[in-house]
Design a protein. Structure first.
Length: 606
């Protein structure tokens, strides 16, 4: 949430900052701004709304012409989206951009007001800019160290001081920040896609490290002002991966990337037909030794965990508890030695998931991170990490990250079931080879999107709808419902089909469409009965089932047939029409699919 960037080099800084911010807009789009040195003075341009507003403003006012500066794209936490609350914040002496939350900002503000400072914005960030100004004595690194020692909360800060017009300064704690290293130019950014047009090399800034960046040099200090030497990282991703590549939206592009993403994620983990997690030391013995498994994550990643729970329990007969990280962290969970906690996260930076990881470690459990972004905090801090290889996910609504996460859940379930002796090696191989067929089935489904488009046209005017399913289909209906609400803004809920009669059926009328997911043949008839119940109360039903499922005439108003595979694996395929229904519904309603209102990706604040 919130993206920060910085550039020092020889190019037009404003252009570089805007280009880099465009790659980070998924982190928030409530406002955008830049601060650039022009004739040794700090020139600030900022305004409410998306980056395009800033670009238009600079076309009107003239853009700064310097070669060194910082930029920001905001997801509002403290203070409404407005010009005045936009970053950068500062004065003639310094300017800062911030990602994170300053928890003790109210206390700092009182102190600074007592020192004679007056505040213009409602942001927490302004207190940091004033605190830096208060301590500034001509030595930026010392100033930063003094200021951050008084700041509580999370921050990635990009700072420029008027006295140092050829340098940017950066510091971070609990919010991500990288330093891109180019030829005669250097960068700071909240995430790798922001630098890919210029360089693939970067340093990861660790907690409370301070970087001083000029065009030819990057010097990193720890909090005691000792120089830190770091290993240069290289991004696996190409610049193209963070472009729309001819698709109208990132979301549609990412939906289409799923077959490749799944293959790239699972294939390296198959050794002679069997799942192999030796990359992180997860041997059969270790895997089989865990007493309980916890899966902790947020949003879509948590739904991937729900699929994981059903599959692991079904195949490996090991109890799995799935928790929302935001709940897990405050409920004193009963985890400890002998347990495995799996943290699932696309970004690897989600604040609640990160804290759940810390708690699990403190309680003595082993932690395994399933993360998409290389070198992210969760990946670095967990005992073991397995990367999903989905490539950069730019669309705020997560799609390909989900299907690679669930594919890995299956791989874990197969391996655990085998390691515990619940399934034979032959059966395990069979499952793996079935899983390898799934990408082709998704490709087949994606070759004709008419069904999803038609289903979207049937629900686009609804004010509210329900997703129902049983077992794995229930787990999947949660994700279908989330996808729809976040980009179409139609209210929707997911219910276990058998729960309807216990309350939610009261919501049903001819104005409440129902999307029923019925890919699991063992409970198909039960779900069909629930469909009959909602239909007889007026609901229009879209049914999603396998292409060979026996469905009576007129059971549903519209049926979406999904290519068949082993029923256990059907959720991976069925996720795709659900994503497409959400996508086309949002398009039909004229919404901004890639940047839905109020949302941002990579939720680095609680
Ligand atoms: C929904 C979505 C979010 C994320 C959630 C966790 O489409 O993207 O629900 O899944 O914020 O994010 P990560 O996976 O980065 O931890």
């Amino acid at each position: 949430m919130c993206g920060i960037v910085g550039y020092v080099g020889k190019r037009n800084c404003a252009d570089v900052l805007v280009g880099s911010l465009r790659k980070l807009e998924y982190r928030g789009y409530d406002s955008a701004g830049i601060a650039v040195f022009e004739n040794n003075k700090i020139k600030v341009e900022k305004c409410q709304g998306k980056l395009d507003n800033l670009v238009a403003k600079m076309e009107r006012d003239g853009k700064p012409s310097g070669v060194c500066g910082i930029g920001h794209t905001r997801w509002a936490t403290h203070g409404e989206p407005s010009d005045i609350n936009s970053h950068p914040h500062g004065n003639k002496r310094l300017s800062i951009v911030h990602n994170g939350i300053i928890e003790n900002y109210a206390k700092l503000k009182i102190f600074l007001e007592e020192q004679g400072y007056s505040f213009v914005s409602q942001t927490d960030t302004e207190t940091v800019s004033k605190l830096l100004d208060y301590y500034y004595d001509g030595a930026p690194v010392d100033t930063i160290i003094r200021a951050i020692s008084e700041v509580e909360g999370s921050y990635a800060l990009g700072i420029i001081f008027r006295d140092f017009p050829d340098r940017i300064f950066a510091v971070r704690k609990d919010s991500p920040l990288i330093i891109g290293v180019g030829e005669g130019e250097n960068f700071i950014a909240s995430d790798v896609p922001a630098i890919l047009n210029y360089t693939k090399n970067y340093y990861l800034l660790e907690q409370d490290e301070i970087a001083v960046i000029s065009r030819d040099e990057v010097i990193i200090y720890d909090i005691h002002k000792e120089i830190v030497h770091k290993e240069l990282q290289t991004a696996d991703w190409d610049a193209d991966a963070a472009e729309k590549g001819g698709y109208e939206h990132f979301m549609l592009k990412e939906i289409h990337e799923q077959p490749t993403a799944i293959k790239t994620t699972i294939t390296p983990r198959i050794n002679e037909g069997m799942p192999d997690f030796s990359e992180c030391g997860l041997t059969d013995e270790i895997l089989a030794s865990y007493r309980n498994i916890y899966i902790v994550a947020c949003g879509t990643a948590m739904h991937a965990g729900m699929v994981g729970k059903y599959v692991i329990e079904k195949l490996a007969r090991t109890p799995v508890t799935v928790d929302m990280a935001s709940e897990f962290r405050y409920r004193d969970p009963i985890v400890g030695e002998g347990d495995l906690v799996i943290l699932i996260s696309q970004s690897g930076e989600t604040a609640d998931t990160k804290e759940a990881l810390n708690i699990s470690k403190r309680k003595g459990a082993k932690t395994l991170a399933l993360v998409n972004v290389k070198g992210s905090s969760i990946a670095r801090e967990a005992d073991m990490v397995m990367y999903t290889h989905a490539g950069p996910e730019i669309s705020v609504a997560s799609t390909k990250a989900f299907t690679v996460q669930i594919s890995m859940m299956y791989m874990l379930a197969f391996k655990l079931a085998y390691a515990k002796g619940v399934i034979t090696e032959e059966k395990c191989r069979e499952y793996v080879s079935e899983l390898l067929e799934v990408p082709a089935l998704i490709e087949k489904y994606l070759s004709d999107k008419n069904e999803a488009q038609y289903a979207a046209s049937r629900i686009m005017n609804a004010e509210s709808l329900l997703y129902i399913g049983r077992g794995l289909d229930y787990a999947l209906s949660m994700e279908g419902s989330l996808k729809l609400k976040e980009i179409s803004y139609i209210h929707s809920e997911a219910y276990a089909a058998g729960e309807l009669k216990h309350g939610p059926i009261a919501l049903i009328s001819d104005q409440t469409p129902v999307i029923a997911i019925a890919t699991q043949s063992d409970v198909l008839e039960k779900t069909v009965s629930n469909i009959e119940e909602v239909k007889s109360r007026g609901a229009k039903v879209v049914l999603m089932c396998g292409e060979n499922a026996q469905i009576g005439e007129g059971v549903a108003d519209y049926v979406i047939r999904i290519p068949e595979c082993d029923k256990l694996l059907m959720p991976i395929v069925a996720a795709v029409p659900l994503q497409l229904i959400a996508y086309y519904t949002a398009i039909l309603r004229g919404n901004d699919v890639d940047q839905p209102r109020n949302l941002a990706k990579s939720v680095t604040v609680e």
